[in-house]
Write a protein of this length. Structure first.
Length: 223
C-alpha cells in the first residue's frame, strides 16, 4: 500500500494553483442537500431522461433522437449520488459541457439535481449479459497501476468492484464501453476538465488508446 500513498501525494501538489475545475464544493450544506434528495421527485423528473439514458438509467450503446444518431449514452443507474449531483451542476455552470446535457442541466435547480441523483443512486447498477472475458493488461492497471508512469491503480479510488466512492468518484462497473473510451479521451485532450485536482486528466494522459479500450471492456463486464 505504501507506494500507492506515495503516488497520490505526488499527484495532488502537481495540480495546485490551477483554475478551479468545478464550482461544486463539498460543504456540509451541499452534502446535506444531496443526502436529503427526494428519490420520488427524482423519479418523476427522470421521465425526461429516459429517451436518452434508457428506461432503467442503464445507458445505451447508440440512440436515435429526432433522426440524430447520438453516440453511447452513459449509465446513471446505481451511480454515487454525490457524483451525479456534481456532474449536473458542472454542466449547468459550464465546467463540463455537452451539446445535450448542458441544455438539460440548465433547466434543473440544485434541488432537482439532488432529487435526480437520489433516484438514480437507488436503481440497480447496469449489468452486461456477455460472458466474463479476460482483460489481463487492464486488470494489472486496475490492481497495481504502473509505478514507472506515476500511474496509481484505479481501484484505490474507484473501488475493488468499480463501485465508486464518496464524494465525487464515479462507479465504473457496467458503464457503456464507448462512452468510457470517449470520456477518457476527453480527459486526455483536456476537453473534459471538471475533475477536481486534475485527478483523471493526469491519469488519462498516460494511458494509450489500447489500454483505454481494454479498461472500458474490463469495467463493462465487472459485476
Ligand atoms: C438528448 C439526450 C439526453 C437527455 C434527454 C439527457 N441526457 Fe444526460 N447525457 C447525455 C449524453 C450524450 C451524455 C454524455 C455527455 C458527455 O460526454 O459529457 C450525458 C451525460 C449525463 C451525465 C454524466 C454521466 C457521467 O457518467 O459522467 C449525467 C449525470 C446525466 N447525463 C444526467 C441526465 C439527467 C438527470 C437527465 C434528465 C433530467 C438527462 N441526463 C437527460 C444525453 C442526454
Ligand atoms: C486519484 C483517484 C483516482 C484514480 C486513481 C482513478 N480515478 Fe478515475 N476518476 C476519479 C474522479 C474523482 C473522477 C470524477 C471526476 C469528475 O468529476 O469529472 C473519475 C472519473 C473517471 C471516469 C469517468 C466516469 C464517468 O462516468 O464519466 C472514468 C472512465 C475513470 N475515472 C476511469 C479511471 C481508470 C480507468 C483509472 C485507472 C487507470 C482511474 N479512473 C483512476 C478519480 C480517480
Amino acid at each position: 500500500m505504501k507506494p500507492i500513498l506515495f503516488l497520490l501525494t505526488v499527484l495532488i501538489p502537481l495540480t495546485a494553483g490551477a483554475e478551479p475545475a468545478s464550482q461544486v464544493a463539498w460543504t456540509p450544506a451541499v452534502l446535506n442537500r444531496v443526502k436529503s434528495g427526494d428519490a420520488n421527485k427524482g423519479r418523476e423528473l427522470a421521465e425526461s431522461c429516459k429517451s436518452c439514458h434508457g428506461d432503467q438509467g442503464q445507458g445505451v450503446a447508440e440512440v436515435n433522437v429526432d433522426d440524430d444518431i447520438l453516440p453511447a449514452i452513459p449509465a446513471l443507474a446505481g451511480q454515487v449520488a454525490t457524483y451525479t449531483y456534481k456532474q449536473l451542476r458542472d454542466y449547468d455552470a459550464g465546467s463540463r459541457s455537452d451539446g445535450s446535457m448542458t441544455l438539460v442541466a440548465k433547466g434543473l435547480s440544485e434541488q432537482d439535481a439532488a432529487d435526480l441523483a437520489a433516484w438514480f443512486a437507488s436503481l440497480p447498477p447496469p449489468r452486461d449479459k456477455q460472458a466474463d472475458m479476460k482483460f489481463a493488461r487492464a486488470e494489472k492497471l486496475v490492481e497495481d497501476g504502473d509505478g514507472k508512469r506515476i500511474l496509481p491503480p484505479c481501484f484505490v479510488c474507484h473501488g475493488a468492484q468499480g463501485q465508486g466512492e464518496k464524494m465525487d468518484i464515479p462507479a465504473l462497473a457496467g458503464q457503456q464501453a464507448d462512452y468510457f473510451v470517449r470520456t477518457l479521451n476527453a480527459y486526455k485532450n483536456g476537453q473534459r476538465h471538471n475533475d477536481i485536482y486534475s485527478r483523471m486528466r493526469l491519469i488519462a494522459r498516460q494511458l494509450s488508446a489500447d489500454e483505454i479500450k481494454e479498461l472500458a471492456g474490463y469495467y463493462r463486464q465487472l459485476k
